[in-house]
Write a protein that binds this ligand. Sequence first.
Ligand SMILES: [Zn+2]
Length: 391
Amino acid sequence: MHSYCINKLLNLKEVKVKNIVHADTFAKIFIQTLPREQKCPCCGNATKRIHDYRTQTIKDLPFQEKNCYLVLKKRRYRCSCGKRFFEKYDFLARYQQRSVRLTHSIAEQLRDSVSLKYVAKRTNVSTNTVSRILDTINYSCPSLKDTVAIDEFKGNADTGKYQCILVNPKQHTVMDILPDRTQSHLSEYFRGIDRSQRNRVKFFICDMWQPYVDIAHAYFPNAQVIIDKYHFIRQVTWAIENVRKRLQKTMPVSLRKYYKRSHKLILTRYDKLKDKNKDACDLMLHYNDDLRKAHMLKEWFYRICQNPKYAIQRTEFYEWIKNAECCGMKEFEKCATTYRHWSKYILNAFKYGLTNGITEGFNNKIKVIKRISYGIRNFKRLRTRILHSCN
Ligand SMILES: [Zn+2]
């Protein structure tokens, strides 16, 4: 009964525990298997003849917060053909010095936002071993669904400064990480995806980066291109911020500080401000014609975004552009030019109500991964870690 419980506690099938030794920092568990008839790997005949024993020390999952070693009495058989061979064990892969379940545990721990060094320390292996295990994890891009969203992040990998993240916004999953956002890399990547799969895509969400749109037209003939809401609204935010900064420079230092601290008042939707903040905002706009105009344009644009009727959004959007184009503020004129250039695809955002909002969460996770891994340069590893931890 006792040995039955100990075996159960160890949780390795067909293994007998012979002894357990505890030291301060480690535990050693001495194990052995029962002899069994074996099939010779050379001639295929069955044999029961034991040749000799060797002892192997195997790293296993930590036990009671101590490093744990399995000391295995490995049995060698001899076949009538002359071949000598070791027993095979389910819990030990060939040529490995650690148990299969330790390898699995390391792979699982790599899903967390922790460094390779940290995993190595926790599992009593070298950082190199953890890297090698990371390299055996393989992700391929799942088949495309009707919506594809693409965005970039500054990964600084050995393949380029910016990497792309391909997302399924409806399923909230990261589909793939691409080595670089240049036209040639993107073409190469999407060319590799089966045409029938690409034809299935009805919506392609991206930001205002021309290669994305070119790619969408070339490889997704049935897709509507949609500019992600966050990316085009940001243009208005930048415009009003730049107006504020320009005006600030002409102000006395005492006032300047006040405006800098109050930039949130200007950016927040007026309706959402508390009454006392509304007063502060009013006061600020009262003394600045440009800022007042900029604020009006910003508020107007937000209202367009929230209007539930597409036909009205469309009309108002073009009205807005016309107004901004001749508002006399170069910041908003620039924004209007951008909007006119991308108008068709921005309107699609209103029309279909699809965004790439979930990518922001993934991008935050990527930042953490990059920080804890001291900026992974190796693109393949960066990709694996992202896919491994985001899905
Ligand atoms: Zn044989």
